[in-house]
Write a protein that binds this ligand. Structure first.
Ligand code: MLT
Length: 336
């Protein structure tokens, strides 16, 4: 804190002390006693979707390990970039954390004016899990397989509606892939997350949604929606009756997503190590592994779980999306 006027120096010292204890700066002592109060976990999509579902598992498990409550805050909008900006600008004191997926590196190329730099805004704490997307439709759609869905979309043109969670989100990228394969231009309907999009699909108000296996699986199993393909080379054990993209005749309809755990840049190393250890405890827990399996996702092998491996994956994904997005000539969005 800069104190120029000597007459206000005492107040300035007092303010500095408040700033210190409020966590604007983190002393070595506070890193040692971390965490001593409730932690907020920012999820950049609406409640009820796959990011929220995973965030709540993580908050519960890591909260129990750390001995402090972790409260999930859903900050949806603009394909996850609104919540990402909020997390990037939070105090780097370990009390605001962030979970995001493949849309994080994709957004770097799909938005022209992000107010954070994906490469430098966050400390990487570790990778959580990975899994495919599932191509689904409302139950009442009179289409029985992937190829017929493509034919139906071609015939419907912009009368067909495809939901997604905003530009750069997984559901948006998956919708674009589907449109490329189908050679059709349906009406794209943006939501603040696939939680509300899935509600509308179940209610029959939207035709098609490509969502992560995490939240698509329980609906498919319950028979509330139809599934045509998983975006992977193999079927999912949790969805044995749903064909792989190849089996469904959807060549190139392949997409794997991953989730990672972050803290704002500058969070002290001892705090990052505490969080990394708590995250490892969670991904090693057989109950969590079983829960992930039921929703079609798996944890990463041990050698890919370090904070450095997470950073390397993030950086390589930023490059991969930059090349891919340039090649498709996609237009960039303005960040909100
Ligand atoms: C969500 O939780 O809403 C999804 O992760 C959004 C998406 O990327 O499709």
């Amino acid at each position: 804190m800069l104190c120029i006027n000597p007459r206000t120096a005492a107040a300035c010292v007092a303010l500095a002390a408040v700033g210190w204890s409020a966590g604007f700066m983190t002393s070595p002592a506070s890193a040692q006693t971390y965490p001593s109060k409730t932690i907020t976990l920012i999820i950049p999509f609406a409640a009820g979707g796959p990011s929220d579902t995973l965030g709540r598992i993580t908050a519960d498990h890591m909260g129990r390990t750390l001995g402090q409550q972790i409260v999930v805050e859903n900050v949806g909008g603009a394909g996850g970039t609104v919540g990402t900006e909020r997390a990037a600008k939070a105090a780097p004191d370990g009390y605001t954390l962030f979970q995001h997926h493949t849309a994080h590196p994709a957004a770097q190329s799909l938005y022209s004016n992000l107010r954070y730099d994906t490469r430098t805004a966050f400390e990487t704490i570790g990778l959580i899990n990975t899994g495919p997307m599932v191509l689904t439709s409302r139950k009442s759609l009179d289409v029985q397989d992937g190829k017929s869905l493509i034919a139906w979309m071609k015939q419907q043109g912009d009368k067909a509606t495809v939901a997604h969670a905003g530009v750069a989100s997984n559901s948006h990228l998956c919708a674009l892939l589907l449109m490329q394969i189908a050679g059709s231009k349906p009406s794209l309907v943006p939501y603040r997350g696939t939680g509300p999009a899935m509600n509308d699909l179940v209610a029959g108000q939207i035709d098609v949604l490509c969502d992560q296996a995490t939240t698509a699986t329980p609906q498919v199993v319950a028979g509330t929606i139809k599934a045509y393909a998983v975006t992977s080379a193999e079927r999912l054990p949790a969805l044995k009756d749903v064909p792989s993209s190849k089996e469904a005749g959807l060549t190139g309809f392949d997409m794997v997503i991953w989730n990672g755990f972050y803290a704002p840049r500058g969070t002290p190393k001892p705090i990052l190590e505490t969080l990394h250890a708590a995250l490892q405890k969670m991904v090693d827990d057989p109950k969590v592994i079983e829960r992930f399996a039921q929703t079609g996702t798996v944890t990463f092998p041990k050698e890919q779980r370090s904070m450095e491996a997470h950073r390397k994956l993030l950086e390589s994904e930023i490059e991969r999306f930059a090349v891919m997005i340039k090649a498709t000539g996609m237009k960039q969005e303005e960040a909100k």
